[in-house]
Design a protein around this ligand. Structure first.
Ligand code: FAD
Length: 355
């Protein structure tokens, strides 16, 4: 049997499973999925898990069941590209014919001393649970610092405000205005929400050091009871350890078929893949659609398209608590209740298709 091994059951590989199972897989091919968690974790919702507004069960769905699919629940410790094998933490080795690396990303601390040691994370479901325990266990009036005001920082700050009205929340933004790369209307809307809900946005911030209960913004020392780091990501260590050619942001360089330029049987999907757009679940899924087409053509020994179509993304949707939201779709901004309903709708559809 030919083995297609999927590393990581995230957004990219879930889409590959959805498209290949049950009827699009050649009879001589089986799929093996390896993930450290026994279910698909919906990373886009980890902010709500950490803030205590979504339960653990609400941010995960089961992997599909099929007699063409074997699921291995284990930690991947090394990928052996030479020997076409994947090495697991439990000592097991898994051989592959085709491999899709979809292991996502982890926090990047930019060399800030103490950041890794003294901040909490929402990059994995395990870390989000720990962050939840920390944040929800804080006494009244405790100060929470959130470092990084990108989408995940904004969503976490607003959700935590609704979950814990009694905490002091400080959101540290590197830019002079929040969501600097998007129209000012969006920035103003989000800033106003924070002002109205007593979340302090610290603009032009530069966190230079973190210590136990202390954040250093430039030279200023800010007392904190807990800090969550949402200020940068990098591909996971297992992928960094491959020492493959990477783009400016550390993502693996791939060809137009999403394969390693040096190995047509190894594909990279999602946050690990070097694409010209910012990493997102949406991008991972669109890329997965193309990978499925390539895999099918390769299995049938058909020629590959001379030029792959450009991946087009719809934009993004963000939440400000349970009732308000903001979106940037087809170069238009949408704010308020409608944007929030759209986000909830997308999540509902996702669970419906994948649950
Ligand atoms: C708070 C937050 C909000 C976000 N909101 C949005 C949004 O609104 N829209 C959007 O498009 N994107 C959003 N993103 C980004 C999005 O979640 C990622 O781009 C997306 O998850 C990437 O998908 P992926 O397939 O690359 O991997 P992931 O979905 O990250 O999945 C990787 C999988 O690999 C597994 N894994 C990793 N390492 C190992 C290992 N060593 N051994 C075994 N298993 C391993 C993990 O358990 C996981 O299941 C958000 C991210 C965060 C953190």
């Amino acid at each position: 049997m030919r083995k297609l091994v999927l590393l990581g059951g995230g957004y990219g590989n879930m889409r590959i499973l959805l498209r290949l199972l049950p009827n699009n897989l050649p009879l001589d091919t089986e799929i093996i999925l390896i993930d450290r968690t026994p279910f698909h974790s919906m990373k886009t919702e980890f902010y709500a898990l950490a803030a205590g507004t979504s339960s653990d069960q609400e941010v995960r769905v089961d992997f599909p069941e099929s007699d063409r699919l074997t699921i291995i629940n284990a930690e991947i410790s090394r990928i052996g590209l030479e020997e076409k094998r994947v090495y697991l933490g439990n000592g097991q080795e898994v051989a592959y014919d085709d491999l899709v690396i979809g292991l996502g990303c982890e926090d990047k601390y930019h060399g800030v001393p103490g950041a890794e040691e003294f901040t909490h994370s929402i990059q994995t479901i395990g870390n989000s649970r720990k962050t939840y325990n920390e944040l929800l266990g804080l006494p009244s009036d405790a100060i929470v610092g959130i470092v990084g005001a990108g989408l995940s920082g904004i969503e976490l700050a607003s959700e935590l405000r609704e979950s814990r009205g009694d905490l002091q929340i400080k959101l540290f933004d590197r830019s002079p205005r929040i969501l600097r790369d998007f129209p000012e209307r969006l920035s103003n809307y989000v800033k106003k929400w924070f002002d109205n809900h007593d979340v302090e946005v610290v603009s032009n911030a530069n966190i230079t050091k973190v210590e136990q209960n202390k954040l250093y913004n430039h030279e200023e020392v800010i007392p904190v009871d807990a800090v969550v780091w949402t200020a940068g990501i990098q591909t996971v260590k297992v992928v960094r350890d491959l020492n493959l050619e990477s783009d400016g942001s550390g993502r693996v360089v791939i060809n137009q078929y999403h394969q390693l330029p040096t190995d047509e049987n190894v594909y990279v999907v999602g946050d690990c893949a070097g694409l010209p757009m910012a990493p997102s679940a949406q991008l991972a899924e669109e890329q997965a659609e193309q990978i499925v087409k390539i895999l099918k053509a390769m299995w049938r020994s058909e020629p590959l398209p001379e030029k792959m179509p450009e991946i087009k993304l719809k934009g993004f949707l963000g939440s400000l608590g349970q009732k308000q939201g903001f979106a940037y779709l087809a170069d238009r901004t949408v704010t308020g209740r409608i944007a929030r309903l759209m986000k909830s709708g997308v999540l509902w559809m996702y669970k419906w298709h994948n649950g």
